[in-house]
Design a protein around this ligand. Sequence first.
Ligand SMILES: Cc1ncc(COP(=O)(O)O)c(C=O)c1O
Length: 350
Amino acid sequence: MASRAVMRSTTRDFKKYYNPEVGNELRMDTNTNVLGSNPAAERYLREQTEDINGYPNTYSDGLRDALASLYGLERENFVAGSGSDEMLDVAFKTFTEWGDGCVVPVPSYTLYEYFVSMNGGTPVESELSEDFQLDVDDIIRSGAKVAVVPSPNNPTGNSFRQKDLEDLLCRFDGILVIDEAYGEYADSTMISKVDEFDNLIVLRTFSKAYAMAGLRIGYAAASLDLADMMNSVKIPYSLNKISEGAAIAAVNDQGFIEESRRMVAKERPKLASDLRRLGFEPYPSDANFILAVSPIDHSVLVPELKKRGVMIRDFGGKRRTENCVRMTVGTSDLNKIMTDGISEVLEAYR
Ligand SMILES: Cc1ncc(COP(=O)(O)O)c(C=O)c1O
């Protein structure tokens, strides 16, 4: 077998991403929208007659126009691509030199360190407080070139304080990437501030509230200058024209996003209280998922629940989320299926 020494030195320790065996289980492990595929996007896909012989628009102008009118910004404030994962990659590619420090909060989205290292940067961990808030001074002291902070945070679910984010934007010398993958569920966004701060990049995705993860669409909003820099680095045509058309249709149907937001706002406190009744300790969430300390060993709960047809995500082996599991907030019917399955496991193993 070839030695991993043939790989680029910064990538030799990489492991492949979460890729579970999946059958007919109820997926409550990926924070996608439980209301099902985006209806406007589905309609577009059924009716579209795109010429797939021709390339898509190089920089997805149609989608960027739709986003510009949604947020009251300009087309040139946006960068569009294949998932917000691509936008993370582009941000590090555009703004970091080999060896530059890049701040990654702990705990947060596991792929940040991957994208930093992949692009030759050095991940600098910044510990979140007891209640999972940012240590603003620690990030400023790091002297890093880029800091990435997800708000609401994954896997903890809480948003970071607006005043901390604004404090960071004023005092941090590097570029601040605020990853709002779950921003549609939260009360505030930083997208409206991109023209005010020339070190701010906000990322969004069509994978979560928009219910279109399978089409791989994400975007960044930033000042005209930063967005131009990122557009000149990203792979041209990385967003295919079918996905772009579906995304435009979805942006123009904000009713579905409203309905999704209302459903989560209604069901999240009920799920949290059901979990408490079962002996879990759920953390407060502003997103469409809940992180909770399990009353039994996480490494028993997660596979046993899967055997009963429900998948949730295991964070129990990671620092700061010891014995924790993360589950998507479902409709009341789906939450009942999930909590009934959990009850069965607890009865068998408590
Ligand atoms: C915080 C965060 N950022 C980014 C992503 C990636 O989203 P996308 O599907 O747009 O690549 C995820 C997906 O789980 C996420 O949780």
